[in-house]
Write a protein that binds this ligand. Structure first.
Ligand code: HEM
Length: 412
C-alpha cells in the first residue's frame, strides 16, 4: 500500500519495517501511511494496529474491551511466549493486566503517593535531585551524555525515594528495570536472549524487594513500600500482589520518564526559540511538556483485548484479538493536530493520548509531568549554550521510544 507519504506498508511484514533504521529514526511517516490507508489493520503477529486519534481514544476508553489476556483467550499465548520463565502466571496479578473491579482495588493501594493532592509533596524531592544532577553535570564540564547524566538518573532517584528504598541501590534497580522493559515489545521483536535476561532480572528484583519487605524499609519507612505492606497485613493484597506491582510501578516509571527527558531535550535542541522562551518563562513548562509528550511519545502503543467481535469504523475485529492502540500515531493525526510533526509549545486544545486513557490512564502522569516541568527549564537556564555534540542514538524498541545516548556540549 502506498500513501501520500510515498511509503509502502505491507501488513504481513510490518515488524520487518519496524526493524529498519528509517522506522527507528522517524516512525511518523509510516504511521501517517497507516492512518491514511490502513487505519485498522491486522499485522503478522495477529495483533491489530489502530492509528487514528478518534479510534485510539475510543479503544482506550471503551469498558467493553479488556486488558486481561485471560478473558480474551490470549492468556496462553501471553503466558507461554511472554512471561514464562520471568514471572509466569504471577505476572497476571499486575494491575495493567486486570479489569475492574479487581484492577481498581489493586491500583488504589499503589496510587496514593501519585494522586493530585499528594503529588505536590514530591516537588521538593524532584527539585533537589534535579539540581544535584545539574551540579554534577557542571562539575563534569565539556561534553556529556545527557541520557547517562540526567535522563536516566533523575527518575530512578525519585522513584527510590517514593518507594522508601536506598539510593545506593540505584544502579541495580535501574539495570533490572532495563531488562524487564526490553521484554515488553511485541513477541516477534524480542530475541530469546532478551527474554532470558528479563527472567533473571525479575527473579533478582523480586528477591531484592522481598528482602526489603522484611527489613527496616518495609517496617519503619514511610514510602510506598510500607504502605502496600500495610495493605498486605490488612489482608487487602497478597504478598505476590505487593511484589509484582511494585516491580511494575518501578519499571513503568523509569524508561518512560527518561524517554520524556531525552526525547524532549533532543527536540528542544532543534528549536532554539522554544528553549530560550522556556528558560525565561517557567510558566511555559506545563504546555511545553504536553507538547513534547505529544511530539515524541515515550510509550508508542498500549494493548487492549477484544472479548467479543468489536467494530471500529468499517472493520470488525474478531473476539479474542489483541488491539494495539498506537498512541504515538494518534498524537500525529492531522485531523486533530495542525502541522503534527512540528514542535509548537503554544499549541493548545485537544489532549495528546501519550498517557493512554480510561481506567488504565497512566498512574504516574502527574509525577512524570512534574519531572518534565522541573527539568527542562532548570537545564536550559543553567546551561543556556547547551548544544548537540553528535547524533542521538535510539533504543532498539517499538513499544518504547527513547534515547540510549544524547551527546551534548554544556557550553560553559
Ligand atoms: C513520561 C512518562 C510516562 C509515560 C509516557 C507513561 C505512559 C503510560 C501509558 C501509555 C500507559 C498505559 C495506559 C493505558 O493503557 O491506557 C501507562 C500506564 C501506567 N503507568 Fe505510566 N507513563 C509514564 C510515567 C510513569 C511513572 C513515573 C509511573 C510511576 C508511578 C507510571 C506508572 C504507570 C502505571 C502503574 C501504569 C498502569 C496503570 C493501569 O493499568 O491502571 N508511569 N503509562
Amino acid at each position: 500500500m502506498t500513501a501520500r507519504t510515498g511509503i509502502t506498508i505491507d501488513p504481513s511484514a510490518f515488524f520487518d519495517t519496524v526493524r529498519t533504521p528509517g522506522f527507528r529514526t522517524d516512525p511518523y511517516p509510516f504511521y501517517a501511511a497507516l492512518r491514511e490507508q490502513l487505519p485498522v489493520v491486522r499485522v503478522e503477529s495477529g495483533g491489530w494496529l489502530v492509528t487514528r486519534y478518534a479510534d485510539v481514544l475510543t479503544v482506550l476508553r471503551d469498558p467493553a474491551l479488556s486488558t486481561d489476556p485471560r478473558r480474551s483467550g490470549l492468556h496462553e499465548k501471553y503466558a507461554s511466549e511472554r512471561t514464562e520463565g520471568t514471572l509466569g502466571e504471577q505476572a497476571f496479578s499486575h494491575f495493567q493486566f486486570l479489569d475492574p473491579p479487581a484492577h481498581d482495588r489493586v491500583r488504589a493501594e499503589f496510587a496514593v503517593p501519585f494522586g493530585p493532592g499528594e503529588i505536590k509533596a514530591l516537588a521538593p524531592l524532584v527539585q533537589r535531585h534535579t539540581h544535584r544532577l545539574l551540579d554534577e553535570m557542571a562539575r563534569a564540564g565539556g561534553t556529556v551524555d545527557l541520557v547517562t547524566v540526567l535522563a536516566e538518573p533523575l527518575p530512578i532517584a525519585v522513584i527510590l525515594d517514593v518507594l522508601g528504598l536506598p539510593q545506593a541501590d540505584a544502579a541495580d534497580v535501574a539495570a533490572w528495570a532495563q531488562h524487564l522493559i526490553a521484554n515488553d515489545d511485541p513477541d516477534l521483536l524480542v530475541a530469546p536472549e532478551r527474554r532470558v535476561a528479563a527472567a533473571t532480572a525479575a527473579t533478582e528484583f523480586g528477591r531484592y524487594l522481598a528482602r526489603h519487605a522484611v527489613s527496616g524499609a518495609g517496617r519503619s519507612g514511610n514510602g510506598l513500600l510500607r504502605m502496600v505492606l500495610d495493605a498486605h497485613r490488612g489482608g487487602r493484597l497478597s504478598l505476590n500482589d505487593v511484589l509484582v506491582n511494585l516491580m511494575f510501578v518501578v519499571v513503568a516509571s523509569l524508561e518512560t520518564s527518561a524517554g520524556l527527558i531525552g526525547n524532549g531535550v533532543a527536540a528542544l535542541l532543534d528549536a532554539p526559540e522554544a528553549r530560550g522562551r522556556l528558560a525565561r518563562e517557567p510558566e511555559l513548562a506545563a504546555p511545553a511538556v504536553e507538547e513534547l509528550l505529544r511530539l515524541d511519545s515515550p510509550i508508542q502503543y498500549t494493548p487492549r483485548f477484544t472479548v467479543a467481535d468489536y467494530r471500529i469504523g468499517e472493520t470488525i475485529v474478531p473476539a479474542g484479538s489483541h488491539l494495539m492502540a498506537m498512541v504515538g500515531a494518534a498524537n500525529h493525526d492531522p485531523e486533530i493536530f495542525t502541522a503534527p510533526d512540528t514542535l509548537d509549545i503554544d499549541r493548545r486544545g485537544r489532549r495528546h493520548v501519550g498517557f493512554g486513557g480510561g481506567v488504565h490512564y497512566c498512574m504516574g502522569a502527574a509525577l512524570a509531568r512534574m519531572e518534565g516541568c522541573t527539568v527542562f527549564p532548570a537545564l536550559f537556564a543553567r546551561f543556556p549554550e547547551l548544544r548537540a555534540a553528535g547524533a542521538p542514538q535510539r533504543r532498539e524498541m517499538f513499544t518504547l521510544r527513547s534515547l540510549s545516548s544524547l551527546p551534548v556540549h554544556l557550553g560553559q
